[in-house]
Design a binder for this molecule. Structure first.
Ligand SMILES: *Cc1c(COP(=O)(O)O)cnc(C)c1O
Length: 403
């Protein structure tokens, strides 16, 4: 048993690489921060970033946006979602997902998750059949990638357009294919807590030329889209450029510059995250009352956060989390009735109307615990964190047995 206290903050990112700081400083000195404010012959940082991210992702087209949420709104609209359009969506996700669907006028049809936080395949199929929805916003929540073969088969069977929310799977793969390359269009976030950090920001990637052009115009390109870094031919824009509302979601030079400096390190960082994730996983293995669902061998996940189920603490999960917090280990709970900080449960999105009763999802979330794994933590830090959680679980479990 350890009586140590963990002393590092769970929200501390690594510094921006020096090259990014230098590039950003130069942009600040020049004063030209808007993506279209370039000198003759100069290529915008934002366009360079788009070309580089498209190449990394293995997608034909890429648009940089002000946030992941804006990328989702643009993707939904560009894919054809209009007021009243039904959109299937897994109920375990972050609030910007239902927010983006709602903002486009779409009507979310919430789908259950299974015990491993994946979209429940049987429920997805049933809801697709029952609702007649032709869109699916699939959120790879906390990086847990569902059975993509099964999901793609359901989309093909029902003629459903899949939009992937890859906020937690940037850099991840499933059976060797990059997450984001399964659906018609994918959305990414570069918000501080994700895999690239520009404070706020995002990407949309697709191989669909018309969709890409509509998204670019929708992002507020005015008629300056020609300077973008990864877009379709002019004739595609000629077809669509007057049909999309300008929703002002452009990324700026400053954030593009700091993202460009980080992208070359992404794959190396994925390996660093996973070493930390695996230390937590190993440290919590066989802890009574705690379940860490196994990851499939073909899931190339990114362990930038860590989840476990406090199955043995149902009804008193907060006792466990408070005990861990007392020792410096900050864990979030997804089971709360009212939203806390970044976590919210689907039935708190009251603007959607009367929530469906997804009792499987509610029951899984009732014991779902969530930790951030910033790269400022070492593998040893993660071992210590796991030891503290294990300790407190054993102690509380023992108290219960003594009662
Ligand atoms: C962060 C996040 C988003 C979008 O994030 P922004 O803050 O709008 O960039 C979307 N989905 C999930 C699951 C997220 O965690």
């Amino acid at each position: 048993m350890t009586d140590q206290i963990f002393r590092k903050p769970f929200t501390q990112q690594e510094p921006i690489p020096e090259a990014g700081i230098e590039a950003a400083t130069e942009i600040l000195r020049g004063g030209r921060l808007h993506r279209y404010n370039t000198l003759p012959g100069e290529t915008s940082e934002v366009s360079l970033l788009e070309a580089e991210y498209a190449a990394y992702q293995g997608a034909k087209y890429c648009l940089a946006t002000t946030s992941g949420g804006q990328a989702m709104q643009l993707a939904l609209r560009a894919a054809g979602v209009k007021p009243g359009t039904k959109v299937l969506a897994n109920a375990y996700t972050l609030a910007p997902v239902p927010g983006a669907i709602f903002a486009t006028g779409g009507v979310p049809v919430l789908v259950e998750i299974d015990a491993d936080w994946h979209t429940d395949i049987a429920d997805l199929r049933a809801k697709a059949a029952e609702s007649g929805a032709k869109y699916l916003m699939l959120s790879h929540m906390r990086g847990h990638i569902a059975d993509m073969d099964a999901i793609c088969a359901i989309c093909a069977e029902f003629g459903i357009t899949m939009i992937e929310d890859c906020a937690h799977t940037m850099g991840a793969t499933w059976k060797g294919t990059r997450s984001g390359n399964f659906g018609r269009v994918a959305c990414f976030s570069t918000q501080t807590y994700k895999h690239l950090n520009s404070g706020e920001g995002g990407f949309l990637t697709t191989d669909d030329a018309d969709l890409a052009a509509r998204a670019v115009v929708g992002s507020g390109s005015y008629m300056l889209y020609g300077s973008h870094g990864a877009i379709p031919e002019e004739e595609v824009f000629q077809r669509v450029r007057l049909d999309s509302p300008n929703c002002s979601a452009r990324l700026d030079m400053l954030r593009a510059a700091i993202l460009r400096a980080q992208l070359p390190n992404l794959d190396a960082n994925v390996a660093r995250w996973n070493a930390r994730y695996q230390a937590l996983e190993a440290g919590l293995a066989d802890t009574p009352g705690i379940r860490v669902p196994p990851r499939a061998a073909h899931e190339g996940y990114v362990g930038s956060s860590f989840q476990f189920q406090a199955l043995g603490f149902e009804g008193r999960v907060l006792d466990l989390l408070d005990a861990c917090a007392g020792r410096g280990v900050e864990i979030k709970w997804f089971g709360a009735d009212t939203p806390v900080a970044f976590t919210s449960r689907y039935d708190s999105w009251k603007y959607l109307g009367e929530p469906p009763d997804l009792h499987q999802t509610k029951s899984v979330l009732a014991t779902t615990c969530d930790l951030r794994v910033p790269l400022t933590f070492t593998v040893e830090d993660c071992q210590q964190i796991a030891a503290i959680i294990r300790d407190e679980a054993l102690r509380l479990g023992a108290l219960e047995a003594a009662e």
